[in-house]
Design a protein around this ligand. Structure first.
Ligand SMILES: Nc1nc2c(c(=O)[nH]1)N[C@H]1C(S)=C(S)[C@@H](COP(=O)(O)OP(=O)(O)OC[C@H]3O[C@@H](n4cnc5c(=O)[nH]c(N)nc54)[C@H](O)[C@@H]3O)O[C@H]1N2
Ligand SMILES: Nc1nc2c(c(=O)[nH]1)N[C@H]1C(S)=C(S)[C@@H](COP(=O)(O)OP(=O)(O)OC[C@H]3O[C@@H](n4cnc5c(=O)[nH]c(N)nc54)[C@H](O)[C@@H]3O)O[C@H]1N2
Ligand code: SF4
Ligand SMILES: [Mo]
Length: 709
């Protein structure tokens, strides 16, 4: 209908609008509570819930325009099969019956010939719903005997570091940041990646708080802080050690240490004191490129109040020493007793807060052991390029990709593409769009978007459970992840009854409702309100997880000294582990610059970059380079440059700017491979090397050279 609706028609539409409660599924700490506005069976708008205090009625630009994604003209509407060469993206529609029958017969023949371990699931966090992220899919692959995927691409180094020091993935309540007096944004850009934390930081700023960003790049958030400390990539642990040095050295004068908290709730203070005595600000300054007097001032400011909150994010752990860096920074709040204030402490993740029924949802017991008692092998998702290239005893013969886009998001892209191009590799991609990975698929399956299925959510940035209810019928023939694996299991004659459990039943069983953290709460109240908050100790109305100690470590204390690390032959104390490709590495002469590739605001990893309305304002990718580095290479602003290393290269426009520190180039990440204005791709440059703890990704630990193209 082209004409405007009459006022009567308009009123009718309005009265017919239904509001359905939802949860944002994207890989973002905010896990907003949504309201789907539906009229005539169509999603007409998505709003943030005003009743949900974290969301506060506000959504980021990406999700506020969600109907653009759900009804995008390029959505996959039917299953497809490949009719061209791998990588061409030439695909023809087929029926679900044909698609599933093809997958089932391939999986069977591969199992007979090579063993089920030759089949690999590849998934990450395209959808963070508890069901769509990890439930029926895990059951299916466990029962099949497929290789296991080690899901390390994002947070595993930080999670491992936090686990050593705090013993739990818990942290400061996002809403309490509004009352902090000092906020350190440590390797994080919340305007992009954590909008609802940023609004609390702004509130604190208006109340007089001091905001400091520690980041090699002057991000949108760093720009709005009182101070930007332009640290060299991968050296955060050295800075934290020197801060502890100053706090302990000056304590008799500043009284910054909380001796009662240290005595009651920490382990190994004496050993820590000896260790940090070696870490003078001068020594750290030489490593992290921040002048010693600024390190002194930072430590003094941090020690001046217990209402000092550190927001760590995953940016600073994407380096060779990322696990140790998080472990070291996480020692700070216990030293000053900042955990005793709701608006003090540290937040990396809250995902460990929830009483999850993981074993029930994922059924790891369905995996069978071989003659030697071993479970199916584990494949690290960061090293998928190497894994696909290996002609080892058990090569990967089939890969089932869902909730992820490895051709764009995995490091060392040339290796990944070479693997995906293998003629003998059978690839299935279940997605909403023809992604860079789907272009290599033998079979493509259409997936639902969040308003088209039910789910239940935890968060990694707050303490609430959020429910998602289906608001519209699936677009085209799309199916949710859970349904695809239910159908495939049935077709393959897999008989365990858990393989046919309904979504509704899994939703009801996702959490342990008898757990003290849910005492007094019911599924009915969740259904009514759309969200609920866990019962954690509170102060001033905010969750304050380590108010009374109760750390999750073996000793129950914040472990400055870790027996766990000692038993693994590792340094039991906080320390600095240099990056793989840092200034001291062998590569530094040939490749004198670091490459930093953090996410762009309008995209969510590689999601949303195909939505014109979001991609257009961002424009083509650019290589940001410091004026001194540009001058040395004769690079003018907007000149075409080539950036390369031994793994790959990219050509794009330069942006000469002091926003990126000297020695560091920055490309904001999230575009797809074929983006106009650039040749080559960011992740063709990044490395498959892993972190010190947690076997995580090292995207930002990357040396390059740059020249005019
Ligand atoms: N809009 C948007 N939001 C997102 C995402 C997205 O792609 N787009 N991604 C989501 C995902 S998957 C995640 S994991 C989260 C987390 O998101 P993160 O990956 O943590 O991303 P940012 O918050 O952008 O912060 C990363 C910052 O770390 C800086 N950095 C790089 N190296 C170092 C270093 O060695 N030390 C220090 N101190 N800083 C360093 C970068 O310059 C950057 O400003 O965000 C989520 N939210
Ligand atoms: N250079 C560089 N590389 C990076 C990063 C970086 O900062 N710099 N960040 C890294 C990080 S932190 C992460 S977490 C990874 C992210 O890696 P991924 O988790 O792979 O993230 P996305 O690129 O968003 O891909 C998710 C895909 O899932 C699809 N999807 C969404 N919902 C569903 C669903 O319900 N079902 C199915 N079947 N599919 C669905 C989306 O359409 C999308 O194509 O990337 C990493 N790569
Ligand atoms: S991406 Fe993050 S900020 Fe945006 S709606 Fe989802 S949870 Fe909220
Ligand atoms: Mo991530």
């Amino acid at each position: 209908m082209n004409s405007l609706p009459s006022s009567a028609e308009h009123a009718a539409t309005q009265s017919a609008t239904r509001i359905v409660k939802g949860a944002c599924p994207h890989d973002c700490p905010d896990t907003c509570a949504l309201e789907y506005h539906v009229a005539d069976g169509k999603l007409i708008d998505v709003k943030g819930s005003a009743a949900h205090s974290v969301t506060g009625g506000v959504l980021c630009t990406k999700v506020a325009k969600y109907p653009l994604r759900t009804y995008h003209p390029t959505r996959i509407k039917t299953p497809l099969k490949r009719v061209g060469a791998k990588g061409d993206g030439k695909l023809a529609p087929i029926s679900w019956d044909e698609a599933l029958a093809t997958i089932a017969s391939k999986f069977k023949s591969i199992t007979t010939e090579h063993g089920a371990e030759a089949i690999l699931p590849y998934s990450y966090a395209g959808n963070m719903g508890i069901l769509q992220y990890a439930s029926m899919d895990r059951r299916f692959f466990h029962a099949l005997g497929a290789s296991q995927l080690d899901r390390t691409i994002c947070s595993s180094a930080g999670a491992a570091g936090l686990q050593i020091t705090l013993g739990a993935r818990l942290g400061t309540d996002v809403e309490a940041f509004a009352h902090s007096e000092v906020i350190i944004l440590w390797g994080t850009n919340p305007i992009t990646s954590n909008l609802h934390l940023w609004s609390r930081c702004q509130e604190a700023k208006r109340r007089g708080a001091k905001l400091i960003a520690i980041d090699p790049y002057r991000s949108l958030s760093a720009e709005k802080c009182h101070q930007w400390l332009a640290i060299k990539p991968g050296t955060d642990a050295a800075l934290a050690l020197a801060m502890m040095h100053v706090l302990i050295r000056d304590d008799s004068r500043t009284h910054a240490l909380d001796h009662e908290y240290i005595a009651k709730h920490t382990l190994g203070f004496a050993e820590l004191k000896t260790r940090v005595a070696e870490w003078t600000p001068e020594r750290a300054a030489a490593i992290c490129g921040i002048p010693a007097n600024e390190i002194e001032a930072l430590a003094a400011l941090y020690g001046s109040t217990k209402k000092a909150a550190i927001r760590l994010n995953y940016g600073m752990q994407r380096h060779g020493g990322g696990g140790m860096a998080v472990r070291t920074v996480a020692c700070l709040p216990a030293l000053t007793g900042a955990w005793t204030e709701a608006s003090g402490g540290l937040l990396l993740s809250t995902s460990g807060a929830y009483p999850m029924n993981t074993a029930y949802l994922e059924r790891p017991d369905l995996m069978s052991r071989d003659a030697n008692g071993k479970l199916p092998r584990m494949v690290n998702m960061c090293a998928i390029g190497d894994a696909l290239g290996q002609a080892s005893v058990a090569p990967i013969k089939a890969m089932f990709v869902y909730n992820s886009n490895p051709a764009a998001v995995a490091p060392d892209g040339n290796q990944v593409l070479a693997g995906l191009a293998r003629e003998d590799l059978f690839t299935v991609v279940h997605d909403i769009f023809i992604t860079d990975t789907a272009r290599f698929a033998d079979i493509v399956l259409p997936a639902t978007t969040q308003p088209e299925h039910d789910d239940i959510h935890r968060s990694y940035g707050h303490y609430d459970i959020v429910l998602n209810r289906r608001a519209i019928e699936p677009v085209g023939e799309s199916l949710a992840n859970t349904e695809v694996f239910r159908r495939l299991a049935k077709l393959m004659g897999m008989s365990d009854p858990c393989l046919s459990e309904s979504d509704e039943s899994m939703i009801a069983h996702a959490f342990d409702w008898n757990h003290p953290m849910l005492a007094g709460q019911t599924f009915e109240s969740l259904e009514r309100d759309g969200f609920l908050r866990l019962n954690y100790p509170k102060k001033d109305g905010f969750i304050t997880p380590f108010l009374h100690g109760s750390f999750g470590t073996p000793s129950g204390k914040c472990e400055f000294y870790s027996e766990t690390l000692a038993a693994r032959g590792l340094d039991p104390l906080p320390n600095y582990t240099p990056p793989h490709e840092g200034d001291e590495s062998d590569l530094a002469n040939e490749y004198p610059l670091s490459l930093n590739t953090p996410p762009a605001r309008n995209f969510m990893n590689s999601t949303f970059a195909n939505i014109e309305e979001l991609a257009k304002p961002h424009g083509a990718p650019t290589l940001q380079i410091h004026p001194n580095d540009a001058a040395r290479r004769g690079i003018a602003n907007e000149a075409r440059v080539k950036v390369w290393n031994r793994r790959g290269e990219m050509k794009l426009a330069a942006k000469v700017t002091e926003d990126t520190r000297e020695g560091v180039t920055t490309i904001l990440w999230g575009h797809w491979r074929d983006h106009p204005g650039a040749e080559g791709f960011v992740n063709d440059l990044t490395s498959q090397a892993l972190t010190d703890l947690g076997q995580g990704a090292t995207f930002y630990d990357c040396r390059v050279q740059v020249a005019t193209a």
